[in-house]
Design a protein around this ligand. Structure first.
Ligand SMILES: [Zn+2]
Length: 165
C-alpha cells in the first residue's frame, strides 16, 4: 500500500511538531488524524508545570522517569474518541508503552518513520510492532530520510519501497 498525499502531509507535520520538543537528545512528534483532519498533535516533554530544566533533561534516568512521549501527549490532548484514527510518528516508531495506549485508544493505523539508528530502543519497538499486529492495528514504516516537511508534492519519492507490516 502506498502512502497517499495526506499520509505524507501528516508525517511531515509530525516531523515539524517534533521540533517543538525541548529534549536535547531525542525529539519526537506525533499527529493523530482522521481522514483529512488533524485531531491532535503531541511531542515528547515533561508534564505541564513540571520544571523542564536542562539538568533534568540531560539526566537520562531522571528524564525517562518524567517524560511523556509524543504519542501519549497526542492521545491525552485529543479530547475525543479515536476509533478508526491514524497516528503518525516521527522520527521513531512507537515504543511498547505507547503501543498499548495507542491500541486502547481505538487507533487502527500507525504510520511511523524508521531508521537504523535506534539500537537502544530496538526491543521495545519490536515488541510494539508485535502488539500492533496482534491487535489488528495496521503499521506502515517509512524510511526517515524520505520524509520532508517542506514540499507538498514528491517529498517521498519511492513510495513502493515502503515496508508494510
Ligand atoms: Zn513511547
Amino acid at each position: 500500500m502506498k502512502l497517499n498525499k495526506w499520509d505524507k502531509r501528516f508525517l511531515g507535520l509530525a516531523k515539524h511538531v517534533s521540533e517543538w520538543s525541548k529534549d536535547p537528545s531525542t525529539q519526537v512528534g506525533a499527529v493523530v488524524a482522521s481522514d483529512k483532519r488533524v485531531v491532535s498533535v503531541g511531542f515528547n516533554g515533561l508534564p505541564q508545570g513540571v520544571d523542564d530544566s536542562i539538568e533534568r533533561l540531560e539526566n537520562r534516568e531522571v528524564k525517562y522517569s518524567l517524560i511523556i512521549h509524543a504519542e501519549e501527549n497526542a492521545l491525552l490532548f485529543s479530547g475525543r474518541n479515536l476509533d478508526g484514527c491514524t497516528i503518525y510518528v516521527y522520527p521513531l516508531p512507537p515504543c511498547s508503552r505507547c503501543a498499548g495506549k495507542i491500541i486502547q485508544s481505538g487507533i487502527t493505523k500507525v504510520v511511523a518513520s524508521v531508521t537504523d539508528d535506534t539500537e537502544r530502543w530496538k526491543e521495545s519497538f519490536a515488541l510494539a510492532k508485535s502488539m500492533f499486529l496482534e491487535a489488528g492495528v495496521e503499521v506502515i514504516e517509512v524510511p526517515k530520510n524520505s520524509i520532508t516537511e517542506t514540499k507538498d508534492d514528491n517529498t517521498i519519492a519511492n513510495t513502493e519501497d515502503y515496508d508494510k507490516c
